[in-house]
Design a protein around this ligand. Structure first.
Ligand code: TGC
Ligand code: FAD
Length: 394
């Protein structure tokens, strides 16, 4: 497959750039340039072959995409949440799987080690994860417990001066290539605890998940623990209960709220250019009202979503954002991106189903993104519970 030239231009209908600092714009530009140079030319080929482009791990580490809000002392970027959001937007504009790799590494592996770990754990793991020398993964979901992680069956038992880990995790992004896994399991008191599991520990395997039609350029696998002996120093000491893993998910869901807008912007930009150039019945199809309706609605939804995540970013920076606000933004961005990808594909007619354009890949990827980190239904129920005070989950 021939390498592509990426001519993406981002829509900014409400002059939202005026709300960004010079530093924000520079960060966005550097990640956008990286995606144009290193991701767009190769990603379709990797997705078609269902292969993980391993080289992106080091590249994204060097660019500072892993743990941008973690303090610089530990190798993080020491940046604010708008910067983090813009990075995720640009990465997912390239491919949701690329953003996934960064989300898992930064929000689901580095964040728990930073927030719930001790100083030795921070020093041992964070710089290597930040630089991309090591790749990490996050094990919460199990074969029989997805939306309801509190019912997990994986166990962590104390034996002498170590733990024994038994059970399995499913659908784990980065698992087949990860050196480190942050795993959630129940101890003897039925408390959910986090442990750091390292590749090479006896009884720990990471079989690859095959046959995905979505996130094909992202590696997904299982984590299987067969009496894995875990040293005591690998437990995350400062968290107990489901709020530990859920706290990580809040950070990652925030990144997805920005990221999926990137995918939506790419679909819109592609469809707009195509519609202006494709002639049918003697005129560009962009001149037909039906196509204008689709394009006008796309840019309207992108603009509304951009405003929502920008405001959420400000609340995150001020330490005022609630997990429920993050759920609303994750849900909204996934919904508009999924709808925009579908409409954009139609604008391209038959060409829309080919790998010549990024739209079908985004469309299929977004089916995973609208499902992981809490399904669309779960985020709606979180909002429902927040506004009514009534729990409709159970
Ligand atoms: P519930 O009783 O509501 O909550 C238990 C405790 O957690 C607190 N809490 C949160 N804390 C921080 N952030 C959040 N988002 C939180 N949500 C709840 C809560 O206050 C409580 O604290 P405490 O002190 O009282 O103990 O728990 P529940 O069992 O009723 O479950 C609630 C529910 C359904 C919303 C939750 O379990 C849920 O979010 N389910 C969805 C599961 C999910 O999102 N899984 C994601 C797996 S990881 C993944 O998909 C990675 S993909 C990454 C990629 O490739 O990019
Ligand atoms: P289920 O929970 O079985 O849900 C099935 C359906 O039932 C959904 O439509 C859901 O909305 C609905 N439903 C469930 N409960 C309710 C309810 N109370 N009320 C109404 N409807 C309900 N997990 C990790 O831990 N780490 C990862 O890195 C990770 N990466 C992933 C990568 C990919 C590509 C995918 C697809 C998933 C990944 N996941 C990961 C797992 C993901 O978080 C789960 O798939 C997700 O949370 C949903 O769980 P489930 O698939 O078991 O669906």
């Amino acid at each position: 497959m021939a390498a592509k030239t990426d001519l993406f231009q981002s829509p900014d209908y409400y002059c939202l750039d005026d709300l960004l600092s010079e530093e924000h714009k520079l960060i966005r530009e550097s990640v956008r340039n990286y995606v144009k140079k290193e991701i767009s030319p190769i990603i379709e080929d990797y997705a078609q072959r269902a292969t993980f482009p391993q080289q992106i791990v080091k590249q994204m580490g060097e660019l500072g995409c892993f743990g941008p809000t973690i303090p610089e002392t530990y190798g993080g970027g020491g940046l604010d949440y708008i910067s983090y959001g813009l990075m995720m937007q640009e990465l997912e504009r390239g491919d949701s799987g690329v953003r996934s790799t960064a989300s898992v590494q930064g929000s689901l592996v580095m964040f728990p080690i930073y927030a719930y770990g001790n100083e030795e754990q921070r020093k041992k793991y964070l710089p290597k994860l930040a630089s991309g020398e090591w790749l990490g993964c996050f094990g919460l979901t199990e074969p029989n417990h997805g939306s309801d992680p509190s019912s997990m069956l994986t166990t962590l038992k104390t034996v002498d001066d170590y733990f024994i880990l038994n059970g399995s995790k499913m659908w784990i992004s980065n698992a087949p290539y990860a050196q480190v896994a942050v795993v959630w399991a129940k101890d003897e008191n039925n408390d959910i605890r986090g442990v750091i599991v390292e590749r090479g520990m006896e009884g720990f395997t990471t079989p690859t998940t095959h046959g995905k039609w979505s996130l094909r350029a992202s590696a997904t696998g299982e984590l299987v623990f067969d009496n894995v002996k875990i040293p005591k120093e690998n437990i995350l000491p400062n968290t107990k209960g489901l709020k530990g893993p859920l706290g990580c998910l809040t950070k990652a869901r925030y990144g997805i709220a920005w990221g999926t807008i990137g995918a939506a912007m790419d679909c819109y930009d592609t469809a707009l250019h195509y519609a202006k150039e494709r002639i049918q019945f003697g005129k560009p199809i962009a001149a037909f009202q039906l196509q204008q309706k689709k394009l006008a609605e796309m840019v309207t939804e992108i603009t509304k979503a951009q405003l929502l995540v920008w405001r959420l970013g400000v609340l995150m920076n001020e330490g005022k954002a609630t997990p429920q606000q993050v759920s609303m933004a994750k849900r909204n961005s996934c919904e508009i991106a999924t709808n925009i990808a579908r409409d954009a594909r139609q604008i391209l007619g038959g060409m829309g189903i080919t790998g010549e354009y990024s739209i079908m890949r985004h469309m299929m990827n977004l089916e995973s993104v609208i499902t992981y980190e809490g399904t669309h239904d779960i985020h709606l129920l979180i909002t429902g519970m927040d506004i009514t005070g009534m729990n409709a989950f159970k």
